[in-house]
Design a protein around this ligand. Structure first.
Ligand SMILES: C[S@@+](CC[C@H](N)C(=O)[O-])C[C@H]1O[C@@H](n2cnc3c(N)ncnc32)[C@H](O)[C@@H]1O
Length: 252
């Protein structure tokens, strides 16, 4: 059996329901991420690709940095605008692989796996190239991505690679993360399923996972080289067991 992509437009992944719930449960490493990014930004300005609801951009702006963002989801932009300080952020609605802004930035970043929301390798390469075009001469690009192997607990059933993960379990609700992925294209189709007294809800999401070494090559195509890689925002060492990486690139 071969992988058949889900009948779902990836651009609809962050609609009004997901956007409204997006900031309900913080990841917990936001302070570390903001401190690390602020340390790289100098006096700014800063550009975030896929800025979302401003989870990192708003606290960065509260440190006195000018933060601009690119975001494709109108619902996520609406949430950002409604938050304190949200009106101050310069947001451009559009595709981070394509948008051209007039300024150049000492820091451009793409956090929380957002590069994976582009579901083709070509789209991801163009996004990294676009980020590089927006850097000042000595500017840096920061990319945060999961490491694919621990994320997609590799199981093969009926010839299709798939996984089920209990993402949350309480007396009131179970939250399952279920997905299928294609090792050929590295595409992942997944759905967050919540089952509880409210009934059942599901949030479909399409992604393309990226190997750390593959990201390094994408950066190289964009004229960048790896400067630092850590296993988290607090400078954790990057090892074979790391579940994510925070990678910093500068001009080669
Ligand atoms: C996982 S969220 C991350 C949001 C934010 N960066 C954060 O750290 O919380 C991914 C975001 O990427 C946005 N996105 C996906 N594809 C995009 C694209 N091609 N151009 C711009 N934004 C995109 C989604 O709409 C969503 O807001």
């Amino acid at each position: 059996m071969t992988f058949t992509p889900m009948d779902f437009d990836p651009w609809r992944s962050f609609g009004p329901d997901v956007a409204a719930r997006y900031d309900d449960v913080p990841r917990g490493d936001e302070d570390a991420a903001v401190a690390r990014l602020a340390g790289l930004a100098g006096d700014g300005p800063v550009l975030e690709f896929a800025i979302g609801t401003g989870r990192l951009a708003l606290p960065l702006a509260r440190r006195g940095l000018r933060v601009d963002g690119v975001e494709q989801s109108a619902a996520m932009i609406e949430q950002l605008r409604a938050r304190p300080g949200g009106e101050e952020i310069g947001i451009t609605a559009g595709d981070m692989a394509e948008v051209t802004l007039p300024d150049r930035y000492p820091l451009v970043f793409v956090a929380f796996n957002s590069l994976m929301n582009l579901v083709t390798q070509d789209g991801q390469v163009r996004c990294v190239e676009n980020a590089a075009r927006h850097l000042t001469g000595d500017g840096v690009l920061v990319v945060e991505l999961v490491c694919p192997d621990p994320m997609y607990r590799l199981e093969q059933r009926s010839g299709v690679d798939q996984y089920t993960h209990v993402a949350g379990l309480s007396g009131e609700q179970v939250h399952l993360d279920v997905g299928r992925y294609d090792r050929v294209t590295q595409r992942v189709d997944k759905t967050h399923v919540r089952i509880g007294d409210h009934g059942i809800s599901r949030d479909p999401l399409a992604l393309r996972y990226v190997w750390p070494s593959e990201l390094d090559l994408m950066a190289r195509l964009a004229g960048l080289e790896l400067r630092e890689r850590h296993g988290g925002w607090s400078g954790e060492p990057f090892t074979a067991r790391s579940e994510l990486h925070v990678s910093v690139y500068g001009r080669a």
